[in-house]
Design a protein around this ligand. Structure first.
Ligand SMILES: C[S@@+](CC[C@H](N)C(=O)[O-])C[C@H]1O[C@@H](n2cnc3c(N)ncnc32)[C@H](O)[C@@H]1O
Length: 322
């Protein structure tokens, strides 16, 4: 990975998001819900819904079901007011006419669901530390290659930082500092407002109240610095992760290969066709024997035969077939 390029990319992203954030932009799920309730006024007609459904799917792959008109109504309401549009049809016409990347980004930020928390589902991460890290430790002794991890729908960074905390702990407890420098973590997401939080590494009390259950509870104290109501991730953890914006609809060619790809709690939003294409690209982007980790309710089985399910402890990981 070209660290310099990525560093520039991260700095660019921070500037971009800071510049584009307006009081109407929100970057937490709770804030999004609040604005949803407060501004619910304009209803979407049956005529205006299908073209907007199609537009959202084109931009980010998210499929809105026919019963999800309320999602567009609540999440795009503030953009309609901001652009003085009286109907959703008028808004879509404006979006297409303006063809503005900034407006497109605001729509995507509003329509993505960034729900996430630390060490989500617990057992995949216990088994990552108990099984995968010792395996990698052995493999790294006979190899010059680094191990590369991709948190492919990283949201606000919890998943990528959770892995960084585990790696840091694993290396610290074994005095294996060399291994820490041999693992790279990339976190990507389509949402710039979610990435803004990830890159800042600052979390509020609500975010810090979710996921630090045993055996992970100690990391709240050892890996964060609390100043008032803000918890900042420690610099030694922060520097283990590089974040950048990436749309999973794009080609993966620029990303290089990975040994573990986490694609958790995101494919549920996509069409079968998109899932099939996505699993194909993931298989091409994993090193031989590399692993794919999905969310608890997700499986690649209907979409590809390139993976075998393997148990790491009591967690199911999907390993690329030879
Ligand atoms: C529910 S969150 C899951 C976060 C994390 N993986 C977890 O399991 O806690 C889904 C994330 O997928 C991102 N997402 C949705 N569509 C995407 C796309 N086409 N490309 C990249 N990220 C996308 C959203 O912005 C959101 O942050």
């Amino acid at each position: 990975m070209n660290i310099v390029t990525n560093d520039l990319c991260v700095r660019w992203l921070i500037r971009l998001v800071k510049k584009k954030r307006s009081p109407d932009d929100t970057h937490t799920a709770s804030a999004k819900a609040r604005t949803d309730d407060e501004r619910m006024t304009i209803k979407i007609t049956d005529q205006d819904f299908p073209p907007l459904q199609e537009y959202i799917q084109q931009q980010c792959g998210i499929v809105l079901r026919d019963t999800q008109q309320y999602l567009l109504e609540s999440r795009l309401q503030h953009l309609l007011s901001m652009h003085q549009c009286g109907t959703f049809g008028e808004f879509l016409r404006l979006v297409k006419e303006k063809n503005s990347p900034v407006l497109r980004e605001k729509i995507v930020n509003a329509m993505t669901t960034n729900e996430t928390f630390w060490f989500r589902d617990s057992h995949p991460w216990q088994n990552f530390a108990a099984h995968l890290l010792p395996q990698w430790e052995k493999e790294l002794q006979n190899s010059l290659h680094k191990k590369r991890i991709w948190s492919a729908a990283a949201s606000m960074g919890h998943e990528a930082y959770s892995m960084a905390m585990l790696i840091d702990d694993f290396c610290g407890s074994r005095h294996k500092c060399a291994m820490k420098n041999s693992v790279e973590i990339l976190g990507t997401d389509i949402s710039t407002s979610a990435l803004y939080v990830a890159i800042s590494g600052n979390y509020d009390e609500m975010a810090m109240s979710r996921g630090f259950t045993p055996p992970f509870d100690g990391y709240r104290r050892t890996c964060f610095k609390q100043t008032g109501k803000v918890w900042e991730i420690s610099s030694h953890i922060k520097k283990m992760v590089v974040f950048k914006q990436f749309n999973l609809q794009n080609s993966f060619i620029t990303l290089d290969k990975f040994d573990l790809i986490c694609l958790r709690n995101v494919i549920i939003y996509f069409s079968d066709e998109f899932k099939r294409a996505l699993f194909k690209k993931i298989a091409q982007t994993l090193n031989p024997g590399g692993y794919l980790l999905l969310g608890a309710s997700e499986t690649p089985i209907r979409y590809t035969r390139r993976f075998r399910s393997v148990k790491l402890g009591d967690s199911v990981y999907y390993q690329l077939k030879e």
